[in-house]
Design a protein around this ligand. Structure first.
Ligand code: FAD
Length: 125
């Protein structure tokens, strides 16, 4: 049915978005630059307005208003993200995720600019 298709699309974009956010947080630096901190805050802020499910965006805006992103380190950002994801989980009746396991669930990809520069021949790419 149309309602089922809409529900599937909502879940799909949700999984895709959480995957992007957690992977981004997984490789967010221990000591982010001002620009990186600003970028993380801006990304979250944009999602509260243009996330493709309007009522989700509104609920998320409320969550973020009460608990603004902490972006002083990768560890902080990962904790914050786990916390807000858990608030969405709770709203949807999904199990709460143990935030001590977040770094095991979402490992860095190992393809940051610094690692690429250090580990690959200059001619690659
Ligand atoms: P997801 O919640 O998509 O999670 C993907 C994977 O992340 C899980 O399988 C698990 O391995 C891991 N995970 C789970 N919790 C955590 C955590 N706390 N920290 C780290 N990793 C974790 N859907 C609605 O129906 N209504 C809404 O109002 C709504 N609001 C949303 C707001 C935002 C900003 C986003 C990104 C999504 C929202 N969604 C909403 C979608 C919803 O959160 C799920 O993405 C969707 O229901 C699919 O759920 P899932 O069970 O596949 O796991």
């Amino acid at each position: 049915s149309a309602a089922q298709a809409a529900a599937n699309a909502k879940a799909e974009v949700g999984r895709a978005t959480w995957t992007l956010l957690h992977m981004l947080a997984a490789q967010f630096p221990d000591r982010p630059s001002r620009q990186q901190q600003r970028d993380a805050r801006t990304l979250v802020d944009c999602l509260t307005r243009i996330y493709p499910c309007g009522d989700c965006a509104q609920h998320f805006a409320e969550i973020v208003r009460r608990d603004p992103p902490t972006v002083n380190s990768g560890r902080e950002f990962r904790r914050w993200l786990c916390g807000v994801h858990n608030r969405v989980n709770a709203r949807l009746g999904k199990p709460v995720f143990n935030c001590d396991l977040v770094e095991a669930r979402w490992a860095p990809l190992g393809c940051s600019a610094e690692e690429a520069a250090a580990g690959e021949p200059a001619a690659v790419g």
